[in-house]
Design a protein around this ligand. Structure first.
Ligand SMILES: [Zn+2]
Length: 322
């Protein structure tokens, strides 16, 4: 329960909301692997070091991406590693009403429009974008297929969206060139991750978003949506993402192994080392709370590697016979 809702006596000085409210928001598409633990550790220790709160949200807005048992495995792993979060775990699947209301607000304040174009049609237009073919705006002038269920898109222009990332520095993105008019709700009724994320971050009162730099390109869309919805801007810190020797991000798709919750000290120490904070060796065998209190005191954003990606090889892989 946030402190501002506690007690009925009127204190001499009204309690201020926490100046730092951070979160970790995994997608339950599989168990946590090293790459996701880096984001968990980085967001957690940055919050600890700034006397902030750290919340846990399950980003399950997209049902086809949700794997059975993934959420319970994620929670069990975080508990085994000694993470302590503030308040209850929240789930995007419980927040559809809030996303529906936000879409309505956007309909009043900005130009959103239905679109019935297929992936193939968008690809055939041949416009390059940061995440594959960019939408050419076909349905701005009316539906391409009047009898199909539509997706809803937000019309964007070429005014640059700018922000300063605490680690990656100044950023600027022209949405018209990067993504084109982007989807807020898909034709199957599923809300886009960007809309869900912005609505949740704002309504939870989060101040800091610390996550992997693979999401740096999504800030343009999210900051633009936040502004249209009248939300306070977030402070961003995008951590380097662990990649293998081929440059591929560790992920469920790249068959990255799940972290071993039975080895909490070595898992946390590996993530801290990856983030430029190698702990003293003896701490790996100590109770995890000692590792967490060491990292809280040692944490400095200046020690974080200023890169979008970093090579990481699992100790198991380097021990394997060549
Ligand atoms: Zn269209």
């Amino acid at each position: 329960m946030p402190p501002e809702h506690e007690g009925t006596a009127s204190p001499a000085v009204p309690p201020l909301p926490a100046p730092y409210r951070g979160r970790f928001a995994p997608t339950p598409s599989g168990p946590l692997h090293f790459g996701s633990i880096v984001a968990a550790v980085g967001s957690y220790v940055d919050a600890l070091a700034h006397d902030g709160e750290w919340h846990l949200r399950i980003d399950d807005v997209d049902p086809p991406r949700v794997a059975p048992d993934a959420e319970s495995r994620i929670l069990a792993t975080l508990e085994a590693l000694g993470f302590e979060w503030t308040g209850p775990v929240t789930r995007q699947s419980n927040r559809i009403q809030a996303y529906t209301a936000a879409l309505e607000r956007l309909r009043e304040r900005a130009h959103i429009y239905p679109c019935t174009c297929t992936r193939v049609e968008i690809a055939q237009a041949g416009l390059p974008g940061i995440e594959g073919p960019r939408y050419p705006g076909t349905c701005r002038a009316g539906l391409s297929h009047p009898f199909r269920a539509p997706a809803w898109r937000l019309e964007v222009d070429d005014t640059p969206v700018t922000f300063v990332d605490l680690l990656q520095g100044g950023q600027s993105q022209n949405l018209a060139a990067a993504t084109g008019d982007f989807v807020l709700r898909r034709a199957d009724g599923v809300f886009a991750y960007h809309l869900a994320c912005v609505v949740d971050d704002a309504q939870a009162g989060f101040t800091h978003v610390v996550r992997g730099a693979d999401l740096l390109d999504s800030v343009g869309r999210q900051a633009h949506l936040a502004r249209l919805l009248g939300c306070l801007p977030m402070t961003y810190l995008h951590l380097p993402v662990a990649v293998d020797r081929t440059g591929q991000k560790l992920s469920k798709q790249s068959l990255a192994p799940a972290v071993d919750p039975a080895q909490p000290g070595s898992v946390i120490a590996a993530a801290l080392s990856f983030l430029g904070h190698p702990p003293p060796g003896a701490l790996e065998e100590a109770p995890v709370r000692e590792l967490w209190s060491w990292s809280r005191a040692a944490w400095s954003r200046d020690r974080l590697p200023r890169a979008r990606t970093l090579l990481w090889e699992s100790p198991a892989a380097s021990r394997a016979p060549k």
